[in-house]
Design a protein around this ligand. Structure first.
Ligand SMILES: [Zn+2]
Length: 202
């Protein structure tokens, strides 16, 4: 029975690594499917994991007709592995659900639940509304204080910010900044340190 699954976690929780593993496992089993991504840290049309793995993928743009694209790319009964699903448009999540219900396509989505302001991404919210199965990623990611990290903080030139574009690419490692404008990076924090904007023991 095909399902729409959403595996969610904070940054650094190993989402892309798991997405690549699931794609590999289903392909090895002889199934046909497609790997989707959006705004991967490795560039357009690639899924890259922090462990060094990377794989070509289909880039989902805001105006991509996902139902039509998947009608071409995936046979009935096939699969879709959708990484960085928080960046998709909510209507594209509806398209994925339609593929499950009308075409028996298994869909495994991976992504962040909330953005740097602590609010749900629109696509994350849509996945919570529509998914058959919600799966928190199994690896505990820790705040610097040792508590479980629950929120992604955006740091611009080392300072936690709460305002700005919802999507601003940066990784959990420093970009170096300077040459390319401000240094944007992300750090996962527990709720109390996300609230107090404390990114290290003082
Ligand atoms: Zn903490």
């Amino acid at each position: 029975m095909a399902e729409l699954r959403f595996s969610y976690g904070v940054m650094s929780a190993g989402k892309s690594t798991l997405a690549l593993q699931v794609e590999h496992t289903w392909s090895e089993a002889g199934r046909t499917g497609v790997l989707l991504t959006s705004h991967d840290r490795g560039g357009s049309g690639t899924v890259t994991s922090r462990l060094g793995l990377s794989r070509d993928a289909v880039e989902v743009a805001p105006d991509t007709d996902l139902f039509a694209l998947l009608a071409e790319a995936v046979p009935d009964g096939g699969f879709v592995v959708a990484d960085e699903a928080q960046f998709y448009a909510p209507v594209q999540i509806d398209d994925l659900a339609r593929c499950v219900d009308e075409r028996d396509v298994d869909v495994a989505c991976f992504g962040l639940l909330s953005d740097f302001t602590g609010r749900l991404f629109p696509a994350g919210a849509r996945l919570v509304e529509l998914a058959d199965v919600l799966v928190p990623l199994p690896l505990p990611v820790l705040c610097w204080c040792g508590r479980a990290a629950r929120l992604n903080a955006r740091l611009v030139d080392g300072v936690v910010v709460r305002e700005g574009e919802q999507v601003l690419l940066g990784d959990t490692a420093s970009t170096g900044g300077a040459l390319f404008g401000p240094d944007v990076r992300y750090q996962v924090l527990c709720r109390r340190h996300w609230v107090s904007r404390q990114t290290a023991r003082s």
